[in-house]
Design a protein. Structure first.
Length: 573
């Protein structure tokens, strides 16, 4: 291992002496951790958020995810810079030099995220295999029967990949190759769908390029494309729908800033670099690796999903939700979309008659009567209101595949697109497992390899229960995990931003002059935006109880800080 590290380091030194072209080739050859980051961020969360960006704003928010990811890469680069400059394991370094509350909070939030977010990834993989890739084999089975076969199969595949990662020599090289191929398959699948649509002349490239220009007016104004639909709404409730659309836009804007880099991504990066034996000579490679292995695949894949979603769904009511007729026959609505549509429409009814009167109408009714009353209340709304509600319903990957089918044909819509979706889910599960192995070995205090690493990496396989229980478990698992993660992300950012300015820890490796100014400007921007986004999301998901949790966590860290200071223990803060 030491010989390989020295060979890699020498390759960089020699390439740097030969010029930028040789250095670029060396960086491409040695890249790796950035692709791990790409594999985890290209998951079900990215897919669903990209789908809804297209539904909600069309092409107008195409700029959002690239901007959010750039800020995330700035902070990941800072985290990597600190780890490679000091050679210390970040969890141990934070506990020793900063505050154990922050270190343990970081690790616990990461493990929670690893196990909880594996559940929807398994659901996504199994759902897409049933509906898109293998409908003939598994689509005709009862869902639970198909999932009982598919979910364990996905888990076994991911565990095998983790074992390859933890092996030496050929196994490790094979893992890196397979992971890069998996990320490439995701990107090529979604990119292929967009290329096919473009060849068919179904894309407005002027609007697409226009959507890459940041437009912060969408924090307080609906997308321009909603103007016609809003204009025909009655004046008494035009403001209601305008506010609803703006709120949705604010949510996706802020959520993107808060979640461009998840808490577990901040844990993965330094440990994956240190596991490869990288040190300060590899800092330039680390930044290049993030800029290519993470940024490029993420932007291509998510951008293509937004483009496809926008072209098929934006300001288009979902079929069957309105009294519309297609081809002379009534369109049967999708049950999932019908439920979401009713929820949006009933919120509008509640706004008109008041929450108390609304709830009173349902008092004492049985489930069948409640369902009938909901249908009656929705039917009584003006068509213009129902039309906007039908435009705003969230669609999922299967809805997009079905919408694309008449345009691109079954092969592209279901199989090419399905490969991308399944690849997203499986690659994310693999990386969640890798991260959890690092967490467990850090708790024990041993190197991130071997038996305990492999056992720790298996824990997120609990996600194979996702296809059976995720919908019921989500409110109890997703909310606390999200809130804890949102609390820790800005704190982690602030911690590493402060450490980047600590000569006591970094010594001569601390950035100087213009470099230090640039680093600090970029980190301050990232910290401010992520902090605002995190507070917004905590308040939205958990209300004032969540905000109280943030304050309690910070107070605990402050108390421990002063206790450590009184004991004469080292602290960089």
């Amino acid at each position: 291992m030491a010989s390989k590290i020295e060979n890699d380091r020498q390759l960089i030194v020699e390439a740097r002496a030969k010029g930028k072209g040789a250095l670029l080739k060396a960086y491409i050859k040695l890249s790796g951790p950035g692709w791990l980051q790409s594999a985890i961020t290209l998951g079900g969360g990215s897919l669903s958020s990209s789908l809804y960006l297209g539904v909600l704003a069309g092409f107008a928010l195409l700029w959002l995810q690239p901007l959010a990811m750039i800020l995330g890469i700035v902070m990941l680069s800072a985290i990597g810079y600190v780890a490679l400059s000091t050679g210390e394991k970040p969890f141990r370094a934070i506990n020793k030099h900063v505050n154990p509350v922050l270190g343990w909070g970081w690790l616990i939030a990461t493990m929670m995220a690893n196990c909880v977010w594996s559940l929807p990834q398994f659901s996504l993989a199994c759902g897409s295999m049933r509906q898109n890739l293998m409908p003939g084999t598994f689509g005709s089975m009862p869902a639970d029967t198909a999932n009982a076969i598919l979910a364990p199969s996905v888990a076994v595949l991911c565990i095998i990949m983790v074992y390859l990662y933890d092996s030496q020599g050929l196994g490790y090289k094979l893992f890196n190759l397979l992971l890069k191929l998996m990320v490439a398959a995701i990107v090529i699948s979604f990119f292929g769908v967009v290329v096919y649509m473009s060849v068919k002349g179904k894309l407005d490239w002027g609007g697409i390029f226009g959507g890459l220009v940041p437009n912060f007016r969408m924090l307080w104004e609906p997308a321009d494309t909603f103007k016609d639909a809003l204009a025909v709404v009655g004046p008494d409730f035009r403001g209601y729908w305008t506010g609803r659309i703006v709120t949705e836009q604010q949510d996706v804007l802020v959520a993107a800033a808060a979640t461009a880099v998840g808490i577990n991504m901040t844990f993965l990066l330094p440990y994956s670099m240190l596991k490869r034996g990288w040190n300060k000579d590899f800092r330039g490679l680390a930044i290049f690796d993030l800029s290519t292995g993470l940024f490029i695949p993420f932007i291509l894949a998510t951008g293509c999903v937004v483009i496809a979603s926008a072209s098929q769904f934006h300001i288009k009511p979902a079929p069957g939700l309105l009294p519309d007729v297609q081809g002379g026959e009534a369109v049967k609505p999708d049950l999932a979309l019908l439920g979401r549509f009713q929820g949006l429409a009933l919120e509008r009814v509640k706004k008109e008659i008041g929450t108390e009167n609304f709830n009173a109408q349902f008092a004492g009714l049985n489930p069948e009567e409640i369902s009938g009353l909901k249908t009656k209340l929705v039917s009584g709304l003006p068509l213009a209101d129902k039309r906007i509600a039908a435009m705003l319903v969230r669609r999922d990957a299967n809805h997009l595949a079905m919408a694309l089918s008449p345009l691109t044909g079954k092969v592209v819509a279901h199989y090419v697109f399905g490969i991308g979706v399944v690849g997203m889910a499986i690659s994310s599960i693999i990386i969640l497992m890798l991260i959890n192995g690092f967490c467990v070995t850090e708790i024990i205090g041993i190197e991130g390899k071997g038996l305990w690493y492999r056992l720790g990496s298996i824990l997120p396989a609990v996600g194979l229960l996702g296809p059976f229980f995720w919908k019921d478990a989500a409110p109890y698992l997703a909310v606390p995990t999200s809130v804890f993660g949102f609390i820790l992300i800005p704190i982690a950012y602030i911690t590493f931003a402060l450490v980047m300015n600590q000569k006591k820890l970094l010594g001569d490796n601390m950035p100087k002059g213009v470099s230090r100014i640039v680093w600090n400007i970029l980190m301050i921007i990232a910290v401010v935006l992520v902090s605002v986004g995190a507070v917004y999301m905590v308040k939205k998901k958990a209300g004032w109880v969540g905000i109280g949790g943030v304050i309690a966590f910070i107070m605990l860290a402050v108390v421990v800080h002063f206790i450590r200071k009184a004991q004469g223990k080292e602290s960089l803060l």
